[in-house]
Design a binder for this molecule. Structure first.
Ligand SMILES: Cc1cc2nc3c(=O)[nH]c(=O)nc-3n(C[C@H](O)[C@H](O)[C@H](O)COP(=O)(O)O)c2cc1C
Length: 338
């Protein structure tokens, strides 16, 4: 089952919504590499509702490539969420995804993100009101629960299912766990068994390789696999999942340059673009010879031309470095939300 509302997805691979990462340039790149769905990062319903110009910038997308276009919103009040979703629809959203998993205090304190796990009736009301206001398929992304005493993902599936959710993604860690420990895939399997064919179940958590993704599909029975950190610096993963090849050094260089140029246009300010793109460069360089010297170099550069020449030089001849394979390059979610 790979259907979300009227959209039949071409394969089971989904890019995870990631704040400061799943922006238009990275989403279009993932789509081009073969991902079937790439929701936006979380966007504030309050910001949309107030037509905040900074928030509205998150809605930019490429209608030729981003199909279907799924907009993730966060908020806690059903009426505000419905109005925000309607604005999203006016800007082109085809699917509305609700963030019910974000663990960051700034988000949970207003009753949004993972705090919705503590109030299933309100979470369901949000789905109902968004669906009624927009007529669009509504999806949600949850964690397994608030903490290990309250793993209520099956209850969430029941109430959100009754409210008409079209797909449910689960990141099987509790809010209290943050990103520590291992994602518990048995939660995904339990959820899929419970839901059956009522709606699409999206498994998420710790998928880093083609093998991991296939194993998640096989062992949990989920319909779609959502990949976050595993796609950082490695959008080719989506192509490889469909039997394609990893990049050659030339292709890697060309892709990084094209991604950077897209980001410069997207950011609308060269210096911000250069600064924001440093993290992507660190991820792209991960596991290659000389990665740490390259990271240190680009962290000092502040012009578009200088970054382009550094990228050209480094990636044209970059080869794998087995000793760097275990570098810690995890991202801090809180930092990402800035
Ligand atoms: C930098 C970063 C930003 C994230 N931002 C969001 C977000 O905006 N919305 C959301 O639902 N989840 C967000 N997440 C959680 C991911 O979508 C995903 O659930 C989590 O990273 C686990 O999947 P993974 O092991 O494949 O990375 C974020 C994660 C990271 C690492």
């Amino acid at each position: 089952m790979r259907r979300i509302g009227p959209y039949e997805l071409k394969n089971p691979w989904v890019l995870a919504p990631m704040a400061g990462v799943s922006e238009q340039p990275f989403r279009t790149l993932a789509f081009k590499m073969g991902a079937a769905l790439c929701p936006t990062e979380l966007v504030s319903a309050q910001g949309l509702f107030r037509a905040n110009s900074r928030t509205l910038r998150y809605l930019r997308h490429d209608v030729a490539i981003e199909r279907p276009y799924s907009l993730q919103v966060f908020g806690g009040e059903p009426e505000v969420m419905a109005k925000a979703a309607l604005i999203g629809k006016e800007w082109g959203a085809q699917i509305i995804d609700i963030n019910m998993g974000c663990p960051v205090k700034k988000v949970t304190k207003s009753g949004s993100g993972s705090s919705l796990l503590c109030d299933p009736p309100r979470a369901a009301e949000i789905v109902r009101q968004i669906a009624a206001a927009t007529g669009l398929p509504v999806t949600a992304k949850i964690r397994s629960g608030w903490d290990h005493h309250s793993k209520n993902f099956l209850e969430m599936a029941d109430v959100l299912g009754a409210a008409g959710v079209a797909a449910l993604a689960v990141h099987p860690r509790t809010r209290a766990q943050g990103y520590s420990g291992k994602a518990d895939w048995s939660v995904i399997a339990d959820l899929k068994r419970h839901v059956g064919e009522k709606f699409c179940v999206i498994g998420n958590g710790d998928v880093k390789t083609v093998e991991d993704a296939k194993r998640m599909l096989e062992t949990t029975g989920c319909d779609l696999v959502m990949i976050g950190r595993g796609a950082l610096g490695n959008p080719w993963l989506f192509r490889q999942l469909e039997g394609g090849l990893p990049p050659t050094p030339e292709e890697r260089r060309d892709t990084v340059l094209a991604h950077f140029r897209d980001h410069v246009v997207f950011a609308q300010d060269p210096l911000s673009a250069v600064r924001q793109f440093r993290k992507h460069l660190a991820w792209y360089a991960h596991g290659l010879h000389g990665a740490s010297a390259f990271r240190a170099e680009v962290n000092r550069l502040d012009s578009v031309d200088a970054v382009e020449s550094a990228v050209n030089r480094f990636f044209a001849q970059a080869e794998g470095d087995a000793s760097a394979a275990n570098d810690d390059y995890d991202v801090d979610y809180r930092q990402a939300l800035g």
